[in-house]
Design a protein around this ligand. Sequence first.
Ligand code: VGL
Ligand code: ZN
Length: 212
Amino acid sequence: MPGARDCLLVVDVQNDFLPGGALAVPRGDEIVPAIGPLARLFATVVLTQDWHPADHVSFAVHHPGRALFETIALPYGPQVLWPVHCVQESPGAALAEGLDVPHAAMIQRKGCHTAIDSYSAFLEADRATVTGLAGWLKARGVERVFICGLATDFCVAWTAGDARAAGFETVVVEDLCRAIDLDGSLAAAWAAMGAAGVIRATSAEILSGAFG
Ligand code: VGL
Ligand code: ZN
C-alpha cells in the first residue's frame, strides 16, 4: 500500500481535455470517477493544471499559415500546434467536476509562460525552466511518484520522464490515463517511459495491495 514516501500526481484532469472540450482526449471522462478512490490511499496528492495565457505559443491560431496539430520549430525545439485550450481562468481550464480529491494539498499550474510550453509538471519545454515541484516533493520526503491523468502520450509521459530524471521512483497507473495518440505518439511515449525506468501498474493492483 502507498505510504508516507509516496505521492499521487493527477495530471491535467481539466474540462478542455474531456469529451466536448477544446482539446478532447478520447474517453478521457472514463478515468475521472476512479481517481478519487485511488487518491484516498495517498497522504500526498498533487493535481496539475495546464494553465496558458491567451497568447500562448502552442496555440495554432497564433501561427498564420500553420495547421492544427502540425509540428513547428521553436527556439527550444519542436512544438506541436494545438487548439486554444486551458486558457487561464476559463471554464475549460477548470478541474473536472467529478474529480473528487479534496485532500490534494498542491495544484501545480504549468505552461504559464507565453513563449514556452510545458507538458511536464517538473520542467518546461525549454528544458531549463523548472516549476519547483521536485523541490516541493523532496521537502515532504516523497521518494516515489504515482501518476495518472491526461494525456498519456503528452503531459503524463513528459511528467513521468522528468520525475525519473529528478530521482523519483515513478509508476504510471495505466488504466487511469487516456491518450491523444497523434501519429504514433502513444507507442513512442510508452517506449520512452520504459527506457527511462518508469514502472506500469493498474489501479486494481494498487488498491488490492498487490503492488508494493
Ligand atoms: C496536453 C497538449 C497540450 C496534455 C497539454 O495535458 O497532455 N497536451 N497541452
Ligand atoms: Zn497545453
